[in-house]
Design a protein around this ligand. Structure first.
Ligand SMILES: Cc1cc2nc3c(=O)[nH]c(=O)nc-3n(C[C@H](O)[C@H](O)[C@H](O)COP(=O)(O)O)c2cc1C
Length: 358
């Protein structure tokens, strides 16, 4: 055997023995981790998430290729997830919105912009909101508060809403209804002249646009839900009680008081709103025109989202605001990692969990 061949053989044996050592030490690290972490990993009976039956026998793990495509408000979604309306018109907003829009395009999600009031009559902050070039064909909705729309109607300026949607190349408008927030906000707008329902009806009559109606942390009661479901609007977003609550936020901003107003704690949470809608759908007889829902307000993660989407007997996606914000104001990679976790968790849940009906 030549010297060169002998050396090559020796090199191969050395590499092989290194690989075996690595594998064994990795395994022994894992075993050591198990011993070290066993006590810290104890769970207590009362911590059990009791919303599901866990059925481990009947599925294989989800693969990268498994898709959970859904069709919602005439668009394809890569996962039934919505980025709820947040920010704009302030220093860091542009970067946050750009990260969110990029994630929506990459993972095929939908996005509501934060209040676009600042760009109704001026384009100074337009670039904070102009996300169409980034989000591609995914749903993008402009956003205005009910008091603002009310004022535009009273001043015969409703046409600026169409202008807003055109300049943003948005798919439509989200109307946020927030009488408690406006009431507690030191510089809040008073809802005058028209009730929110009259204002929405006027919008529908005057403008041919897609409309989504939402709350901002209190949700909607049975009568409001029913009236909204009767309207030819595209979707209803819960903005339910149990998560970020803008009434409380405004109360905390008020320098004149350090008392939390009890009105902050009224409202309806996601579970309650789902039950209300299911009850109505049971005897619907085709009387409802709006049967698309964005379940939001206190949705903590994919497991909440999966649970709520499964329980609602109508078309839905789940939405998060604060949950995305936490990651979106860092760098894009952190946000992308979070979204991937949500999607893969959702896929896993679909395979092994069956929500218990309420
Ligand atoms: C920083 C921030 C800004 C928000 N701004 C708006 C807004 O401009 N318009 C709106 O309709 N909702 C706004 N919301 C409310 C959210 O869309 C959502 O209804 C609410 O935060 C509940 O969802 P969450 O519990 O997942 O945060 C905002 C929420 C956050 C956290």
């Amino acid at each position: 055997m030549s010297k060169t061949r002998q050396n090559l053989g020796l090199l191969f044996l050395l590499q092989l023995s290194q690989q075996i050592t690595d594998i064994l030490s990795h395994q022994s690290d894992r075993k050591k981790d198990h011993i070290d972490l066993a006590i810290a990993s104890k769970t207590l009976a009362h911590e059990k998430d009791d919303r599901f039956n866990y059925e481990p026998l009947f599925a294989v793990h989800p693969s990268e290729q498994q898709d959970i495509l859904s069709f919602f408000i005439n668009k394809q979604f890569g996962a039934p997830i919505w980025v709820s309306s947040m920010t704009g018109g302030t220093g860091i907003a542009k970067n946050i919105n750009q990260n969110l829009a990029r994630a929506c395009k990459e993972y095929q999600l939908g996005m509501g912009l934060g209040s676009c009031r600042k760009i109704l009559f001026s384009d100074e902050y337009l670039s904070d909101f102009a996300m169409r070039p980034i989000i591609g064909d995914q749903p993008l909705y402009a956003n205005l508060g009910i008091a603002q729309i009310n004022e535009l109607i009273a001043n015969k300026q409703i046409h600026v809403i169409s202008d807003l949607i055109n300049k943003l190349e948005a798919d439509g408008l989200i109307v946020h209804i927030n009488p408690v927030q406006e009431w507690l906000q030191p510089e809040g707008d008073i809802i005058e002249c028209y009730t929110p329902l009259q204002t929405i009806q006027e919008l529908i009559d005057k403008l041919d646009i897609s409309i989504i109606v939402k709350e901002v942390g209190q949700g909607f009661g049975p009568q409001s839900l029913e009236e909204l479901m009767k309207l030819p609007i595209t979707a209803i977003e819960f903005g339910a009680f149990g998560g970020t609550n803008f009434a409380k936020l405004e109360n905390l901003r008020d320098p004149k008081t350090d008392i939390i107003d009890p009105i902050c704690f009224v409202g309806h949470d996601c579970s309650e709103m789902i039950s209300l809608i299911n009850d109505k759908m049971l005897n619907a007889n085709g009387q409802y025109q709006c049967t698309n829902f964005i379940i939001s307000g206190g949705v903590r993660d994919y497991l909440d989202g999966f649970y709520y989407n499964s329980l609602l007997k109508s078309n839905s996606v789940y939405g998060q605001a604060a949950g995305f914000l936490k990651h979106a104001h860092q760098n894009y990679d952190q946000l992308a990692h979070y979204v991937e976790q949500q999607i893969s968790g959702y896929k896993f849940a679909m395979r092994y969990l069956i929500p218990k009906s309420r």
